[in-house]
Design a protein around this ligand. Structure first.
Ligand SMILES: NC(=O)c1ccc[n+]([C@@H]2O[C@H](COP(=O)([O-])OP(=O)(O)OC[C@H]3O[C@@H](n4cnc5c(N)ncnc54)[C@H](O)[C@@H]3O)[C@@H](O)[C@H]2O)c1
Ligand SMILES: CC(C)[C@H](C(=O)O)[C@@H](O)C(=O)O
Ligand SMILES: [Mg+2]
Length: 349
């Protein structure tokens, strides 16, 4: 591709609550960081509560066809108190992750210099969680009988396929191998979840033989939560299932600067479908519309998006800008918009 023909065709889904506020800042920074020769085309979609209330739909086949035409997707957050819990989360967000085969849910955690952490002694935190994104208890494989009665029985079965586990474990090994410390920790609960746990452990050990330079270890998920607080420096890359990954990445965010700075990418490694980048946090109805949301997580998700599309210098510039902004922040209280402006100025300058 010649330099002059570079372009990014981006689907933008602000979504609900603070999603609207933080995505506006993400786009501001994206426009500011891109060199003039890169043509940025964005198309905004109204998925989330707005679309649901207007049409009763969450994500139609026609929507999926349109989203597929894009190089990547930037998402704010989905979920609103006006819609029954799960309708948008399952009907939009998980549906899209599954349809676009986002099996690598990449969630980096880095405690940047000068950033407050609830942990003592400002530990070294720099790890990534590779969360499986298409299986586990998220598939909707369950049901309920005698629903609403005192005798209700509900199941939610975790689905783990050798194919699905192997591909995400392989991806995590490759990521660990590319990092200086070359260490990969499998997090599961194989002492209790014997069937799924053994599948994960066996696949992990088999793939490990192909990566002899990667140091491996294993932690039960409950113990992993201890070490994320008491000794986060021990982690380099973590690979885990969909639900454990969801839970430990909120904890990881909390110890490394807060949920307002935690970025993620839902990656389809083959490139068959667009990958989707979004903050780890949700729509935060408690602060929505107040200009209180920190847009850094979304801005850092834009950096992951740019790196995914091959714009490494621009991704690095965004990360440096966020790092500098956080270090300079002190006790100052700024609005979402002001932080977005400051970041846009830093990446442009
Ligand atoms: N990827 C997504 O779209 C996504 C992710 C998580 C939750 N959700 C949905 O969002 C809704 C709210 O969920 P929740 O309350 O459990 O989680 P949440 O992440 O929205 O909020 C948890 C807490 O973190 C705070 N917070 C979140 N983002 C922040 C930011 N950028 N700056 C400052 N503070 C921030 C909130 O104010 C709240 O106190 C639910 O409908 C949930 O299903 C969506
Ligand atoms: C909203 C919900 C479906 C989602 C998840 O559990 O994956 C969220 O918590 C996340 O971390 O992206
Ligand atoms: Mg979550």
């Amino acid at each position: 591709m010649s330099v002059s023909s570079r372009s990014i065709n981006l689907a933008v889904i602000p979504g609900d609550g603070i999603g609207q506020e933080v995505v506006a800042q993400g786009l501001k920074v994206l426009s500011a960081v891109l060199p003039q020769d890169v043509k940025l085309e964005t198309r905004e979609f109204d998925f989330g509560a707005r679309r649901y209330h207007a049409t009763g739909e969450t994500l139609t086949d026609a929507d999926v066809t349109e989203l597929k035409q894009h190089d990547a997707i930037l998402l704010g957050a989905i979920g609103d108190p006006s819609v029954p819990s799960g309708v948008l989360e399952r009907g939009f967000l998980l549906k899209l992750r599954f349809l676009f085969d986002h099996y690598v849910n990449l969630r980096p955690s880095r405690l940047l210099p000068g950033v407050a952490t609830p942990l003592a002694g400002q530990p070294e935190i720099d790890f990534i969680v590779v969360r499986e994104g298409t299986e586990g208890p998220y598939t909707g494989n369950g049901g309920s009988i005698r629903t609403g009665t005192p005798h209700e029985v509900a199941t939610e079965v975790s689905v783990n396929t050798a194919f699905g586990v192997e591909r995400v474990v392989r991806d995590a090994f490759a990521r660990a191998q590319a990092r200086p410390r070359k260490k990969l920790t499998l997090v599961h609960k194989n002492n209790v979840l014997a069937y799924a746990g053994h599948l994960w452990t066996n696949v992990f050990n088999a793939v490990a033989a192909e990566f002899p330079d990667v140091t491996t270890d294993y932690l039960h998920v409950d113990a992993a939560t201890i070490f994320l607080v008491t000794d986060p420096a021990r982690f380099d890359v973590i690979v885990t299932d969909n639900l454990f990954g969801d839970i430990i990445t909120d904890l990881a965010a909390a110890v490394s600067g807060g949920i307002g700075v935690a970025a993620s990418g839902n990656i389809n490694p083959s490139g068959e479908f667009p990958s989707m980048f979004e903050p780890v946090h949700g729509s935060a109805p408690d602060i929505a519309g107040q200009g209180k949301a920190d847009p850094s997580a979304t801005v850092l998700s834009v950096a992951l998006l740019l790196r995914h599309l091959g714009y490494e210098p621009e991704a690095a510039r965004i990360e440096s800008a966020v790092s500098a902004d956080l270090a300079a922040r002190g006790d100052s209280v700024r609005t979402t918009d002001e932080i977005g402006d400051a970041l846009a100025a830093r990446v442009a300058g």
